[in-house]
Design a protein around this ligand. Structure first.
Ligand SMILES: *C/C=C(C)/C=C/C=C(C)/C=C/C1=C(C)CCCC1(C)C
Length: 262
């Protein structure tokens, strides 16, 4: 929850933009959920677990977006056009990330097929880093909008601390994906390269969204941009990413000589 109860003049345009964005996000997550469940049998058995995990990720996100949507409506007063940040619960988003980010890492590691001895420790290190990244970002996120305008502030400090495990995760994944690509058939290699780009671009988007209040925006616009920005990033990093994992699993199944039963 926001730590102050000062009302903000958000206006109906800003409110509706975020409202529509959340509604779209719920639709995207739910349809991705159905897609991953239905397409499980379209990949070889050893890749099915990554599709199961993809469906968990978008299922968890759909649930949280339904709660976030509700919280957003609750925090805004139609009659006055005022928004009360203390009534919006940022914890839904951060708890969602806490659950889904480690699962997104599991999806990737499953499809990399590194073998049990390498996958276990890799996943442990990356998950610890992911939990630290999210836990260190949260105290900043719940600060009042007025406390978020300067980089040399407590808000900036939490953002910086969170960036350390974030950089570690991207560094490790970049290397692992690079070396995994070497041993793949050409078509799979192209897909891995695209997945790596999607991962860097979408995950890199979150700290940029976090920094939006620095760019001299007024408080109402920065609230609308943060909510819209995180929703776009979530659709791409969960549903879009899951579709790419599916494409890789399908290509690898074909390369392994597996055929879908008619
Ligand atoms: C599905 C949700 C995903 C992939 C969430 C990813 C979140 C991040 C990469 C967040 C990173 C942050 C920083 C690197 C610094 C500022 C605080 C955060 C938590 C927004």
């Amino acid at each position: 929850m926001g730590t102050e109860s000062t009302m903000i003049a958000l206006g109906s345009d800003g409110y509706m933009l975020v409202f529509n964005m959340f509604s779209f996000t719920i639709a995207a997550m739910l349809s991705a959920f159905v897609f991953f469940i239905l397409r499980r049998s379209a990949v070889a058995p050893q890749y099915r677990m990554s599709l199961v995990v993809s469906s968990l990720v978008v299922g968890i996100a759909a649930y949280h977006y339904i709660r976030i949507f509700d919280s957003w409506n609750h925090a805004y007063d139609m009659a006055t056009g005022m928004y009360n940040p203390a009534l919006f619960n940022d914890a839904y988003r951060y708890v969602d990330w806490l659950l889904t980010v480690p699962l997104l890492l599991v999806e990737l590691i499953l499809v990399l097929n590194l073998g049990r001895d390498k996958s276990g420790p890799l996943l442990t290190n990356l998950s610890i880093a992911a939990v630290l990244m999210i836990a260190l970002g949260y105290p900043g996120e719940v600060m009042s909008a007025t406390a978020k305008t300067s980089m040399m502030s407590e808000y900036g400090m939490w953002g910086f601390l969170s960036t350390i495990p974030f950089a570690y995760i991207l560094f490790v994944l970049w290397g692992k994906l690079g070396s995994a690509m070497e041993s793949q058939p050409e078509r799979v290699r192209v897909l891995f390269r695209n997945l790596r780009l999607l991962l860097i671009a979408t995950w890199g988007f979150y700290p940029i969204v976090y920094c939006l209040p620095y760019f001299g925006m007024d408080i109402a616009s920065s609230i609308v941009s943060i909510q819209t920005g995180y929703a776009i990033a979530d659709v791409l990093a969960k549903a879009g990413y899951g579709v790419m994992i599916y494409a890789i699993a399908r290509e690898k199944s074909a390369a392994d000589g597996w055929r879908e039963a008619a």
